[in-house]
Design a binder for this molecule. Structure first.
Ligand code: CA
Length: 222
């Protein structure tokens, strides 16, 4: 891991927020902060982070509702809840509602940092559900789920191609890259265009964007 890890810290207590920000920056994190759940929801939906560090008791949208909303929108960023509510039932509720880890306040700084390091080791490649335009792709069942229409089952090749694009939604892929990565047994780059056509037929034209002269990219996410 040589990239600077990006973390979103959501905490309404300004002193604790400052303390966490200083601590995490000194540990090499790039820190983005929010002091209420609405702001955090906006940031979580529009920016990419490696970790979320969330308080539970937050203004506007409380921490677990915030996490549920992010998870429903397909945001799978590993989250650690930091809360004054620390009895076993509180922890279970936090984990059941989408957190990867839960630490009660007051907390030990070294333990917090160690737990965040563990979360960072959860590589994105192990996350089975990815955001795609209008819905989510379950890479295990190769099903695309939408909010307002029936789920769509993809063939193995269609699923592989869409997964490749969805794992790096901001990257533009050349036909040659996709041919080598998804259709290793084929040698005609036209097969890439054929499968893009199949996916657009099943999922709508906006599923995949053509980048003229280069190749393809996942369609715009909301
Ligand atoms: Ca609070």
């Amino acid at each position: 891991m040589n990239e600077t890890p990006r973390i979103l810290v959501v905490e309404d207590d300004p002193r604790l927020l400052n303390m966490l920000t200083d601590l995490l920056m000194s540990e090499g994190y790039s820190v983005t902060t929010a002091r209420d759940g609405q702001r955090a929801l906006h940031l979580g939906l529009t920016e990419e982070f490696d970790n979320l560090l969330l308080d539970r008791g937050l203004p506007v949208i409380e921490g677990l509702d915030l996490l549920s909303k992010l998870r429903r929108a397909g945001v799978q960023t590993p989250a650690l809840i930091l809360s004054a509510l620390g009895n076993p039932a509180d922890r279970v509720e936090g984990l059941d509602r989408g957190a990867e880890d839960y630490l009660a306040k007051p907390f030990d700084i070294d333990e917090l940092l160690a737990r965040l390091r563990v979360l960072r080791r959860r590589v994105a490649a192990t996350i089975p559900v990815l955001r795609v335009p209008g819905g989510t792709l379950d890479t295990e069942s190769r099903t695309v789920a939408f909010d307002y229409q029936e789920p769509v089952l993809l063939s193995e090749r269609e699923g592989d191609l869409l997964e490749r694009l969805a794992r790096r939604p901001s990257q533009v892929f050349s036909r040659a890259d996709l041919l080598a990565e998804v259709f290793a047994d084929a040698d005609d780059p036209g097969v890439v265009d054929t499968y893009v056509h199949y996916l657009r037929k099943k999922l709508g034209r906006g599923a995949i964007t053509t980048i003229r002269g280069i190749g393809y990219q996942l369609g715009r996410l909301p």
